[in-house]
Design a protein around this ligand. Structure first.
Ligand code: GUN
Ligand code: FE
Length: 414
């Protein structure tokens, strides 16, 4: 297949490639290259997107599927009371698989509408509901990592698991997912250190080793949370060191959300293991958590991406998350000498190719990448023709799902 249009993508954080009026050639869902004209003897389908722009589909590495029902709620509180008062009561409802199916259908369809075609999500502790989420993501055609949450301490009774049962349920889902899913993969999901005993973390570390699993969790989001972890594990040097001690910092296979308050030693450890740090600027503002020093992290060589963290982030729309991340980076740079604001190209990279590497070859239009893409239409006004780069900026700042006129996963239109 050939698809014609104006392509924008980021081979690296500092490189924004713009191909105007070119054809991408796609074979078995994979991009083989670009050309200015189709070969004269072409027999393949040609799709013409006219003046529309085509960008890689978004990748969101940190989102809570059950919390979709709580978007925008409870932001007068900080993290720990917000969890108790809003989040845990919402997650309790996923003991009911029928309720879960309704919410997860709305959740996955919304991600699809907004152009997030690859994601990594927390479900809840509930095995049946987690399976529903996997089935729905698979059926709707998205690429996803999905994890059953593990919690066996410091939670209300209704979300507290027996440690052995938690591990048994997890293993059952790992096996079932391997058997039945194609684009959906299982990811080990200890909620965060305060929610998981040493026994549970040890068991999860072993499962990760046995099945070569990726991991996702939360790290250093809020000052009270960090102090709590220090109290719970006085013998370990840091929050990061706790995950490491239990085999939960798996090299190049681990996502840690937030990572705001890190020591030099923690930064060194996270860098050496290639841990993916999910930067959730909107969530961090909503819960008054703090601001990650993004520029400093990037320059030190830490792997960062932009993520929504719904429902602490109030919208799953990644174009809005990019805009907000850039805005926050500008305010932060005003107050911090060594910081420098994020650019549009960097913002796009941190929501496409950067996190896309976690899943595989998605998030760019280089040769060998899956054609996972969004076709974006912005109305041209007569006498005012915007360039593709201008259209990209206007879509990021003021666009929404109505501007996305086509979505592709592995070269197939959804
Ligand atoms: N830390 C532990 N659980 C959560 C959660 O659900 N959301 C956020 N933002 N932080 C957490
Ligand atoms: Fe989160």
């Amino acid at each position: 297949m050939f698809i014609k249009g104006n392509f924008l993508y980021t081979p690296s954080r500092t490189e924004l490639t713009i191909r105007e009026n070119e054809y991408a050639h796609i074979e078995k869902g994979i991009i083989t290259g670009f050309c200015k004209e189709v070969p004269q003897d072409n027999q393949e389908e040609v799709v013409d997107c006219g003046r529309d722009i085509i960008i890689p589909a978004f990748v969101d590495l940190h989102i809570h599927a059950p919390q979709y029902i709580n978007r925008g709620l409870g932001f007068d509180e900080e993290l720990l009371p917000w969890l108790e008062d809003y989040t845990f009561p919402a997650e309790k409802r996923f003991a009911d698989p029928d309720f879960a199916r309704r919410v997860y259908t709305a959740f996955v369809r919304r991600l699809k509408a907004e152009g997030t075609l690859c994601f990594s999500a927390f479900a809840t502790i509930h095995k049946e509901a987690t399976w529903q989420l996997m089935e729905i993501a698979e059926k709707e055609g998205l690429k996803a990592y999905i994890g059953k949450v593990n919690m066996d301490r410091n939670a209300p009774d209704y979300l507290l698991e027996d440690t052995d049962q938690s591990l048994a349920d997890t293993e059952e889902l790992i096996l079932r997912c391997r058997e039945e899913m194609q684009r959906v993969r299982f990811i080990a999901t200890p909620r965060f250190v305060p929610s998981t005993t040493e026994k549970l973390m040890t068991g999860l570390g072993r499962l990760c080793e046995k099945y070569d699993l990726p991991v996702q969790s939360h790290l250093s989001e809020n000052r009270n949370e960090v102090a709590w972890v220090r109290e719970l594990h006085p013998d370990l040097p840091s929050y990061t060191a706790v995950y490491d001690a239990f085999g939960l910092l798996r090299p190049q296979q681990t996502i840690m959300a937030h990572a705001i308050y890190l020591s030099a030693e923690e930064r060194r450890l996270l860098k050496s293991k290639g841990i993916y740090l999910a930067h959730c600027a909107q969530s961090n503002a909503n819960l008054s958590s703090g601001i990650m020093p993004l520029r400093r992290n990037l320059e030190e060589g830490l792997t960062c991406s932009i993520a929504s963290d719904v429902a602490a982030g109030h919208t799953p729309a990644m174009n809005k998350q990019i805009a907000l991340t850039i805005e926050v980076s500008k305010l932060y740079a005003l107050e911090h000498e060594k910081e420098k604001a994020l650019t549009i190209g960097e913002g796009l990279y941190l929501a496409t190719k950067g996190p896309g590497r976690f899943y595989g070859c998605t998030g760019s239009f280089e040769k060998g990448y899956a054609f996972d893409a969004l076709v974006i239409h912005l109305e041209d006004i007569e006498g005012l023709e915007r360039t593709p780069f201008e259209k990209l900026q206007q879509y990021i700042y003021d666009g929404d799902d109505r501007n996305i006129v086509a979505r592709y996963v592995n070269g197939k239109r959804l």
